[in-house]
Design a protein around this ligand. Structure first.
Ligand SMILES: [Ca+2]
Ligand SMILES: [Ca+2]
Length: 211
């Protein structure tokens, strides 16, 4: 292989390596809220561009008996039933498509006295178990598959919709992070394009000389 051809191969290899899929936390939101008998939304703004191959979302929340546990809370304060069934979590994509993560009155039951406290739940289609019947920390399949988002561009404003249905036993939101595997949009750097052009040019010159 000539030196020019070797250089060209190296450039193409680098370009292809950059274009392969990568998974990353693309957006987070840590704007705490006590949600009780009402709804709330949290924005997750993704600035990267590329074709989605997998979406996971981690939500840190608590669903406790009254009173709220507060921003620094961990265990539930109230010792009664937490009514873990009366809330919903829905992820809405930049294009308006929505996936129910927690289906109200279906995913979870009323829970056990004292409740789970503050938990971090990762919703992932590839998890071995579906979320429920009790709120617990870990990785679980959402009520609806997140694969609905596969193939679309991740760029834009995602929304986590949170709703608590009855007053008393609040849902508390601590944080959400959107973890997306995607194939970055093929936007090569100008320098890469220039090298690619130079490589092709050199190969052309050599081919012409041989002829
Ligand atoms: Ca997944
Ligand atoms: Ca409530």
């Amino acid at each position: 292989m000539s030196q020019a051809a070797r250089r060209l191969a190296a450039v193409i290899f680098t370009f292809l390596a950059c274009a392969s899929a990568s998974a990353a936390v693309v957006a987070t939101n840590t704007d705490y809220a006590v949600i009780d008998g009402r709804e709330e939304t949290r924005a997750l703004n993704a600035s990267a561009r590329g074709r989605i191959t997998d979406v996971n979302i981690t939500v840190e929340f608590s669903k406790c008996d009254d009173p709220p546990i507060g921003t620094d809370g961990d265990a539930c304060v109230g010792r009664g039933f937490p009514f873990e069934n009366e809330f919903a979590l829905v992820l809405i994509g930049p294009d308006g498509k929505s996936v129910t993560l927690v289906e109200p009155f279906v995913s979870y039951g009323v829970g056990t006295r004292g409740g789970a406290g503050r938990v971090s739940v990762t919703f992932d289609d590839e998890a071995p178990q579906a979320a429920g019947p009790r709120v617990e920390e870990g990785r679980f399949r959402p009520a609806e598959p997140l694969a609905l988002f596969d193939g679309m561009d991740l760029f834009g404003s995602w929304t986590l919709y949170l709703r608590d249905y009855a007053r008393s036993d609040p849902l508390e939101f601590f944080s959400a992070s959107l973890d997306i595997a995607y194939e970055p949009a093929p936007v090569p750097e100008p320098a890469t394009l220039a090298l690619l052009g130079l490589g092709l040019g050199l190969m052309g010159v050599r081919a012409a000389r041989r002829r």
